[in-house]
Design a protein around this ligand. Structure first.
Ligand SMILES: [Zn+2]
Ligand SMILES: [Zn+2]
Ligand SMILES: [Zn+2]
Length: 291
């Protein structure tokens, strides 16, 4: 399994348009230390650090097929700058802008793009993620939606894939377990979520070769969230920012909880201070992993 991180940022991305904070400035013009560390991670530092809106490209080494996890609004830029062909299928984890709105790119680029998503009805919206995609993209004949039941593995692009319910109130959202059957390689993706998720979901995300875990901000930022922070560790540090995202501390604990052989924190915002935002365990666009 070959994993390419196409988009590793939150909903505004880093750098954020119109922002001149220290983190966005350091992303635009990395210093020598950061350039060296990016090169060591296989990322070209010359165009700066990108954390565009979330998307992951997964290639199946056994069948040659590929799968796109989430349709980033940065789809076009991602496929122009990262050396990967168009995918054979896609999965959408939830209906927030930064994970869904790239689907319009299916127009003219695909004859058929099968999109897989959960079939559970969301009590807030009255529709499942699959129905939400169908209703928004009913004008696009190239998109076909395939509803799947959470926790029940299905096959797509030669992978065994499981939609794993997580906690991202008020919307239903799903993490993913993606397994390559012959090699047994496993990729786990937390999806957008707070720290506390059902035990069955944590089990389904466990023992991966690589875990991509959402971590949006440093824990001190909870002070500025109307809902504060929750799911505190033994030292009182919040692992959830507000109600629907993890702090960086939460993401690191989550990665340890699910016992991943390796992990990266994804979906990180530019609010993280510049001296902490580019730690080596926080993903940047263009990182690749062979599992
Ligand atoms: Zn900024
Ligand atoms: Zn979201
Ligand atoms: Zn998001």
């Amino acid at each position: 399994m070959e994993v390419t991180l196409l988009g590793t940022g939150d909903t505004t991305g880093t750098p954020t348009v119109g922002c001149d904070c220290d983190t966005c400035e350091r992303a635009r013009d990395p210093d020598a230390d950061l350039r060296g560390r990016l090169r060591a991670r296989g990322v070209d530092p010359d165009d700066g650090v990108e954390r565009s809106r979330f998307s992951v490209y997964v290639r199946n080494n056994e069948t040659g097929e590929s799968l796109l996890v989430d349709a980033s609004p940065d789809f076009r830029h991602q496929f122009l700058t990262q050396d990967v062909p168009l995918p054979d299928a896609a999965i959408v984890t939830h209906v927030h802008f930064d994970h869904l709105d790239g689907l319009g790119n299916a127009y003219r680029l695909f004859d058929d793009l099968p999109v897989y998503a959960a079939d559970e009805t969301d009590p807030v919206t009255g529709e499942s993620v699959a129905e939400g995609i169908r209703s928004r993209y009913d004008y696009l004949d190239t998109v076909s939606v395939h509803a799947q039941t959470p926790y029940e593995p299905f096959t797509v692009a030669g992978f065994e894939v499981t939609l794993v319910p997580v906690e991202h109130p008020p919307l239903l959202c799903y993490g993913l377990r993606i397994e390559e059957p012959e090699s047994g390689a496993v990729l786990a993706i937390s999806g957008d979520t707070c720290y506390e998720i059902p035990g069955r979901s944590k089990a389904a995300l466990s023992d991966a070769d690589l875990a991509l875990v959402e971590g949006i901000v440093h824990h001190e930022a909870c002070e500025y969230h109307p809902a504060g922070g929750t799911h505190r560790d033994d030292d009182g540090i919040p692992r959830t920012f507000g109600t629907k995202h993890m702090t960086l501390d939460g993401a690191r604990d989550f990665a340890a909880d699910v016992d991943a052989a390796a992990y990266r924190i994804v979906h990180t915002a530019h609010f993280v201070p510049a001296d902490r935002a580019f730690a080596d365990d926080i993903a940047v666009d263009g990182e690749r992993f062979s599992l």
